[in-house]
Design a protein around this ligand. Structure first.
Ligand code: KG4
Ligand code: ZN
Length: 365
């Protein structure tokens, strides 16, 4: 008995480090049902079912999202395992998004992951969605040729619910050093789109229309928030009042100027992000006396204006930048699987009593 109680954990840690492991990741925090399989840190499959049902409502309807997850989850997981070309009995662990997100949506992924872990007798791994967006930078392609950031690095996380500067010292050593005091950057995009009468989701639509517009045509006032914090709610109000006044003079104003309006609002949001990013970079030399690597993560990191601005900063200031491939910018299960893999190596497993959480909380974990 003593033999097994001492050697079993040691054996398990060593086997985790030397053997290859297939991890299934499940993401269901909002309106994308996604499943992915990785072999250690190498991606094998990443399958996502998006939910068109919300389009006519101008935003995600939580009850409809939960129902759609219920319909999508089994086919999505089956497809991910098939595409990875493995059998489910080869899986070493199942990782799932525990939060933050919509409770009903999270429950679908959580319940499935718990049942899967029980049925296959494999560990269950709880993953924080925001941490996963950041760790998506460590997903390797098949030939492992893609570069990954070096610790410590700075990450600007920009999604529908969050806008944060996070200093990443290690996989699970992350500190928020600045954040929005009201709306998130994604919300600013979505609300501007809604004001213009564009369909949901607004961010990608603004990005698309902005390609054909003049970014300097209209200017909107930017708030003066000290330090590394942001505020986007004033921008929404100034955009709303500007359009209200113009529409009084010309009821066709939005239709006539939609390209320039999209380009101008996009540039304003990107400028606000980049100005603060420059401040954060200037104030944070690493202990090696160099600027930290800088990464972006979250849905808004798919924005072409932000991606271009970051590339310009690389060319002009020599920043070492990391921009996620589009499929890992917006919600996806590959990021859940890679985070699950790093937790697996630490033996950081969840339990059947795990409950989803709606609000952000990875700093407490
Ligand atoms: O990370 P994400 O997929 O979900 C959350 O965790 O919130 O982010 C969704 C947000 C939405 O606000 C969406 O409009 C925005 O990301 N987004 C974009 C683009 N693609 C997605 N915003 C601007 N340009 C894009 N291309
Ligand atoms: Zn997200």
């Amino acid at each position: 008995m003593i033999y097994s109680s001492i050697f079993e954990p040691v054996f398990m840690v060593i086997s985790r480090l030397i053997m290859q492991h297939f991890i299934l990741g499940i993401e269901s925090s909002c309106d994308d049902t996604s499943a992915a399989v990785i072999l250690d840190d190498v991606i094998l499959s990443n399958v996502t079912a998006t939910q068109d049902v919300h389009q006519s409502f101008g935003g995600v309807v939580p009850e409809l999202a939960s129902r759609a997850h219920q319909q999508n989850i089994i086919p999505v997981i089956q497809t991910a395992i098939q595409k990875a070309n493995i059998g489910k009995n080869q899986l070493s662990a199942v990782a799932f998004t525990q939060g933050p997100g919509l409770l009903g949506s999270l429950l679908v992924g959580t319940s499935f992951a718990k049942a899967f872990s029980l049925g296959l007798n494999i560990p269950l791994i709880e993953v924080d969605h925001l941490q996963a967006h950041i760790l998506s930078h460590f997903i390797r392609n098949k030939d492992r040729s893609n570069p990954i950031p070096e610790f410590p690095f700075l990450c600007l996380t920009v999604s529908g619910g969050h806008t944060q500067f996070i200093m990443i010292r290690d996989y699970f050593d992350m500190e928020v050093i600045g954040q929005t005091i009201d709306d998130a950057a994604g919300e600013a995009f979505d609300k501007a789109a809604k004001i213009m009468g564009l369909p949901y989701p607004g961010g990608p639509m603004i990005d698309k229309l902005a390609q054909h517009g003049d970014p300097k045509r209209f200017t909107f006032s930017k708030p003066n928030i000290p330090g590394l914090n942001f505020s986007f709610s004033g921008l929404k109000t100034s955009f709303l009042y500007f359009l209200r006044d113009e529409l009084k003079k010309d009821s066709q104003f939005i239709e006539k100027h939609k390209y320039d309006l999209c380009a101008s609002i996009q540039t304003t949001i990107v400028d606000m992000l980049m100005t603060k990013l420059a401040t954060a970079m200037n104030g944070s030399l690493t202990n090696k006396g160099r600027l930290p690597d800088v990464a972006i993560a979250g849905g808004v990191s798919a924005n072409s204006g932000l991606r271009k601005a970051l590339e310009n900063a690389r060319d002009n200031f020599g920043w070492n930048i990391f921009i996620p491939p589009i499929q890992y910018s917006t919600d996806n299960a590959a990021m859940i699987a890679i985070t699950g893999y790093f937790k697996f190596l630490k033996g950081d497993f969840g339990s059947q009593s795990a409950i989803p959480y709606a609000r952000a909380g990875f700093e407490k974990s």
